[in-house]
Write a protein that binds this ligand. Structure first.
Ligand SMILES: Nc1nc2c(c(=O)[nH]1)N[C@H]1C(S)=C(S)[C@@H](COP(=O)(O)OP(=O)(O)OC[C@H]3O[C@@H](n4cnc5c(=O)[nH]c(N)nc54)[C@H](O)[C@@H]3O)O[C@H]1N2
Ligand SMILES: Nc1nc2c(c(=O)[nH]1)N[C@H]1C(S)=C(S)[C@@H](COP(=O)(O)OP(=O)(O)OC[C@H]3O[C@@H](n4cnc5c(=O)[nH]c(N)nc54)[C@H](O)[C@@H]3O)O[C@H]1N2
Ligand code: SF4
Ligand SMILES: [Mo]
Length: 754
């Protein structure tokens, strides 16, 4: 047999068939004679439409292929996409399939009492009813008795319009979003440290950093393409990766150092790292002196967190704490990223400030490879922070500032006195306020709290107390719809235009490529139509086209000293440049990669605040009766409450059933085998799940992906962070009970089928 090179083999496969077989020599050599070569199906795409992905905050540029009949048939990454250069994760690849997924709402629905049958109605009837009920309830119980909970998944132009409707027309101060379950601690921490929200870094920082520390983030599963960017940078320059996570996640497995921290104690670890850095003189004193407030106060607290004491609380041994502190402190540039392991805890906001402290004392803010980069969650978690007026006024303006109130009131042509002078209730405080009778009507927009809120047994009861509830969701089968009087079917990603902002402040465009199903309507249309039911809207502007709304936002972003500047952008330019990072002022050619590069912060004296942060132990820790830590999070193939991914066979097949990860040693002790059903019990409720035996979790912990209804949030406590009001979804305790397998299987079969 003569030697054939790989390239030659490639050629021979096509050109030389072995006589009579139809197969090339290579097929015979490798024993593949029965196999047909892989053929990529021709999907007969007529046109590719540009969009930024609608799932996670990575912000990948993609194109959806539409065929002759106008049907979306394929998705591909955009080669010159700034974030992903052609790559997509498993969710992005199948995103076009969403346009034909089941469970969508196609007509507004109404009923007088919850749990009665819904009746289909016309839009006018549903919107008249909604406006009339809001007004009736506000007249009777006061303006703030109507609450609104929105999302991180609309287009930014929709957020801005909703904000205008709520702040300018309806006038309730109890307006918040699901970002309180997600990014609130990051927002709060950024504001406390730097005087303003806004992640200062970017993905390009991976190319420059000499050390990366990740807290409570499972990047390969939750932000696969950010992870790919990081991995590529690490392969080129081999800098250390330190992952802090109580589980041995995929990210932890790829790390140089994994710190399996005791849940809820990151603040202690961070204070101890700062302690070592200051003790050993590894700080950047020049940077501290020039750009930071309150160094001494911070130092006084950090002094107490010597590694020996800290190790006993956070579970990381003292030498490892010193080792990590030295690596971080000595690196030329070092950066930290974090996600829900930090934000979703009782010290979420303090944890974020402690990360900022670490980067400030080492001079790692605003420089290439040196930053505090909060990895955001939903596709437009940033857009809502920037423009929705949920926690203030649009463009990072504050209700507390008279100047800001006046500016926005003038721009919208409303009375400045109509705006409340301080922020109202957060989502996690709105539900208890329903319980106590303070709130009587609730409007839910593009979020599914009946699966995503902690302590669902309590939440369910509160909803039954409402006089009126509206759910506006793309999917009729979202659980929360079961508790509403009016259901408004929204168009989702792909069925409308608009911009989304990703983790690195990149504003990117999602074009419409398909019509919304039935009589469902874009949320922008719904907000505009509803606004007409308030007289004051006559004197305001509510543009119908997203690009016109964007132009209005551009005007409002102008002004000296503002970080959130988008005046130089337009929909067209954004698509051309594959997304633009704010700030971008008028006349500038493109956006800005990093904030605070000049060492000037958004505080009164322009310096960043070092924070003195003491640790308070207040979690529900495992005990004799409830001996396991309960931890929760996500898996790569599902998105949140599965209204989308639960319908796509290519994704749902990987995890169709609620399950928990349990350590094999713990399972053996309890007599639990792989794939057994078990019952988990907490002080709040119970849930039946399947057991997956894995060493990813330690012996005293179980982990559940929160995507499934009737599952982990029936157990969760959700203690709140005092600054951000974000719930601790990942730290509470449970016990495990055996169940009758047949009964459990029958129960499982009766669950919602997706
Ligand atoms: N595939 C997929 N991707 C997504 C999403 C999705 O639903 N599916 N959702 C998007 C959204 S909205 C978000 S917010 C992000 C979330 O992204 P991530 O935060 O990365 O995801 P999670 O799995 O929620 O949590 C991350 C890790 O926190 C760890 N953790 C738990 N407690 C602690 C602790 O006390 N300290 C530390 N250091 N770590 C702890 C958990 O073990 C878990 O591995 O993902 C986004 N991307
Ligand atoms: N135990 C536990 N619970 C958690 C978490 C956890 O880690 N553990 N994570 C928390 C976090 S970080 C988050 S972000 C939340 C997410 O929680 P949710 O916001 O409740 O989750 P989603 O399933 O994304 O809900 C979005 C809803 O909006 C609908 N929708 C999507 N696009 C559109 C649109 O364009 N228009 C309209 N009108 N509707 C639309 C979807 O069908 C869906 O019903 O869950 C939180 N809950
Ligand atoms: S990484 Fe996130 S943005 Fe990129 S394709 Fe996957 S889900 Fe979409
Ligand atoms: Mo999130």
């Amino acid at each position: 047999m003569h030697h054939i090179s790989a390239i030659a083999l490639g050629e021979r496969m096509v050109s030389e068939k072995l006589p009579g077989t139809g197969f090339g020599e290579r097929d015979m050599l490798f024993g593949r004679k029965k196999k047909k070569p892989i053929v990529i199906a021709d999907k007969k795409v007529k046109e590719w439409k540009y969009a930024v992905c609608g799932y996670c905050s990575t912000g990948c540029s993609l194109e959806v292929g539409v065929n002759e009949q106008g049907r979306p048939v394929a998705t591909r990454g955009v080669d010159d996409g700034k974030v992903n250069t052609g790559k997509l994760c498993i969710k992005g690849i199948f995103e076009h399939e969403l346009s034909e997924s089941s469970g969508r709402g196609v007509q507004p629905l109404m009923r007088d009492r919850i749990f009665d049958d819904y009746k289909p109605v016309e839009w006018d009837e549903a919107l008249d009813k909604t406006a009339a009920e809001f007004k009736r309830i506000q007249d009777k119980y006061g303006r703030d008795s109507v609450a609104i909970v929105s999302t991180g998944q609309l287009m930014t132009e929709e957020f801005y319009t909703l904000g205008k409707l709520v702040r300018g027309c309806i006038g309730t101060n109890n307006y918040d979003g699901n970002t309180t379950l997600c990014m609130a601690s990051a927002v709060s921490g950024y504001k406390r440290s730097f005087g303003s929200d806004g992640p200062p870094g970017c993905y390009d920082d991976f190319e420059h950093t000499d050390c990366l520390m990740a807290f409570g983030s499972n990047l390969p599963e939750q932000h696969p393409i950010i992870y790919w960017r990081l991995k590529e940078a690490m392969e080129k320059r081999d800098f250390p990766l330190i992952v802090v996570d109580p589980r041995v996640t995929m990210f932890a497995q790829f790390a140089d150092i994994h710190l399996p921290i005791t849940p809820g104690t990151d603040l202690v670890l961070l204070n101890a790292i700062a302690h070592v850095i200051l003790k050993e003189g590894l700080q950047d004193q020049d940077y501290i002196d020039a750009h930071c407030n309150d160094f001494e106060q911070m130092k006084d607290v950090v002094d107490k967190y010597d590694p020996t004491t800290a190790a006993k609380i956070c579970g990381i041994d003292e030498d490892m704490i010193r080792h990590v502190a030295r690596i971080y402190g000595r690196a030329n540039s070092a950066m930290s990223i974090w996600t829900m392991g930090i934000n979703q805890s009782t010290h979420g906001s303090d944890g974020v400030c402690a990360i900022n402290n670490l980067n400030l004392i080492t001079g790692n803010i605003g420089k290439p490879g040196g930053t505090s980069l909060s990895i955001t969650g939903q596709c437009n978690a940033m857009g809502t922070r920037e423009w929705s007026a949920c926690s203030g006024l649009p463009g990072y303006r504050m209700l507390e500032k008279e100047k800001d109130r006046k500016e926005v009131a003038e721009f919208w042509n409303v009375d400045a006195d109509f705006f409340p002078p301080k922020v109202g209730l957060k989502e996690t405080d709105i539900f208890p306020a329903i319980e106590s009778g303070q709130i009587k009507a609730l409007w839910i927009v593009a979020t599914n709290p009946m699966t995503s809120m902690p302590n669902l047994p309590r939440i369910r009861k509160t909803l039954e107390n409402l006089e009126f509830m509206v759910v506006q969701d793309g999917y009729r089968d979202a659980e929360t719809t079961e508790y509403a009087h009016v259901y408004l079917p929204g168009a989702v990603w792909g069925e409308k235009d608009g911009v989304l902002t990703n983790t690195e402040r990149r504003v990117n465009l999602a074009n419409k490529f398909v019509e919304p199903p039935g009589n469902s309507k874009p949320d922008l249309w719904i907000f505009n139509e509803l606004a007409k039911r308030w007289d004051v809207s006559q004197q305001m502007k509510f543009p119908a086209a997203a690009s016109d709304v964007f132009d209005e936002m551009k005007q409002l972003s102008k002004g000296d000293g503002r970080t959130l500047h988008i005046a130089g952008m337009s929909h067209k330019l954004i698509e051309q440049q594959r997304g633009i990072q704010w700030p971008m002022k008028e006349g500038e050619e493109t956006g800005t990669q990093r904030l605070y590069s000049d060492g000037h912060f958004q505080t009164p004296n322009g310096k960043a605040n070092l924070m003195a942060l003491d640790y308070i132990e207040n979690n529900e820790v495992p005990c004799e009766q409830f001996p396991f830590w309960m931890n929760s999070g996500r898996v790569v193939e599902h998105f949140h409450t599965r209204t989308k991914t639960g319908k796509l066979g290519n994704l749902n097949k990987y995890s169709p059933t609620p399950y928990m990860e349990i350590n094999p040693d713990a399972a053996e002790q309890l007599g639990i085998r792989s794939m057994d059903y078990v019952r988990l019990v907490s002080r709040r409720g119970d849930a039946v799940v399947m057991a997956q035996l894995t060493h990813r979790v330690p012996r005293n912990m179980v982990f559940i992906p929160f995507h499934f209804h009737d599952c982990v949030n029936h157990l969760s406590l959700g203690l709140l962070d005092p600054h951000s009001r974000q719930p601790a979804f990942k730290q509470f305790s449970v016990k495990i009970e055996k169940v009758d397998q047949l009964e459990a299987a029958q129960l499982n079969a009766r669950r919602r089928s997706f």
